[in-house]
Design a protein around this ligand. Sequence first.
Ligand code: ADP
Length: 392
Amino acid sequence: MSDNVLVINAGSSSLKYSLIDAVSGEAAAAGLVERIGEPEGHHLHRGPDGEISISLKVASHEDALRAALDAFEQHGPSLDDLTAVGHRVVHGGSRFGDPALIDDDLVAAVTELVPLAPLHNPANLEGIRVARRLFPDLPQVAVFDTAFHQTLEPAAYTYAVPLAWRDDHGIRRYGFHGTSHAFVSAEAARFLGRDLAEMNMIVLHLGNGCSAAAIRGGVSVDTSMGMTPLEGLVMGTRSGDLDPAIHAHLVRELGWTVEEVDRALNSASGLKGLAGANDFRELSTRMEAGDPAAQLAFDVYCHRIKKYIGAYYAVLGTVDAIVFTAGVGQHSAPVRAASLTGLDRLGIQLDPARNNATTPGTVSTDDSAVTVLVIPTNEEWQIARETTTLLR
Ligand code: ADP
């Protein structure tokens, strides 16, 4: 069996794919089909011929995957020795603590979880249905965003709400970004030449979505996202933590519907709500130009990260490493500096020159008791690895 896995990440109006060697992590091709269902869609395919960009109408996820297969055929590389298809699935509920082989039962189980992830799971399922139709002879594996956090103890995952909510409706903390937290924590240990099983880490995944995880010996013990990806850190368009009574206030005082509140907290809050921009680069530019709303957004964002570092330090007792990853975590030295400032008594000392360098690696001083690292994430590689590991 070869190590080539086609990794598929199907969103509500997009389909991302990459062809990855599960052992080396090398991506021979990658692509993105966007604006599925709109009058004009777009397809970007990167492979041996370089980058191919095509505007085309894409009516469905099936059209999107067919467009991807056409691009492989016309521009390469060949998909002849494909071993499996690995799918990113956002919500695995309490049922999936590991990747799982896709069959009719799995599709039914993921369908049952749709109420917990109404935006994500239906799109993931559509990707699975289409790929099973187009690759009927290949094994396909579902890798869940929630799975890595299934190791949380009841004290960490239980919300203080009535038993019936928890028992009958699955209301508990699940956590997300698990594929990234698993990859980055293992990479951090490898980078330091240490045994993951003997390390305590706080991982900060700061992308469009943001989450923190407390990881003891490679095992997730707490994480900031909850039943849905709305809880926790401030994100591009999501509020993160807020008083749940604000929801009732908006309904009562402003006459909003539940859907309006949900949409506002998921799509119009976070950095976008604070400063009108969810892209961190735009926010940084405006902050440097002295825009007070951008400055406040930055301050709220970093204050929340610092609070979670303190909380997870207490949860873990000792911390060997704090690891920053994803777009903002990897590229924004000011975020790392503001989030870690004043934590010397916790043994956290950032080295300004290392922090301002653009290469990943150690950004703390040699004397810092806690090593601070910048480690790029690679969720596609992790999905490919978990796929082949399961099949072997
Ligand atoms: P996703 O969660 O969609 O995978 P990414 O991990 O790519 O997102 O992160 C996207 C975020 O990272 C955006 O807010 C983007 O502005 C930010 N980002 C990317 N590059 C930089 C940079 N050089 N400096 C600051 N922020 C950056």
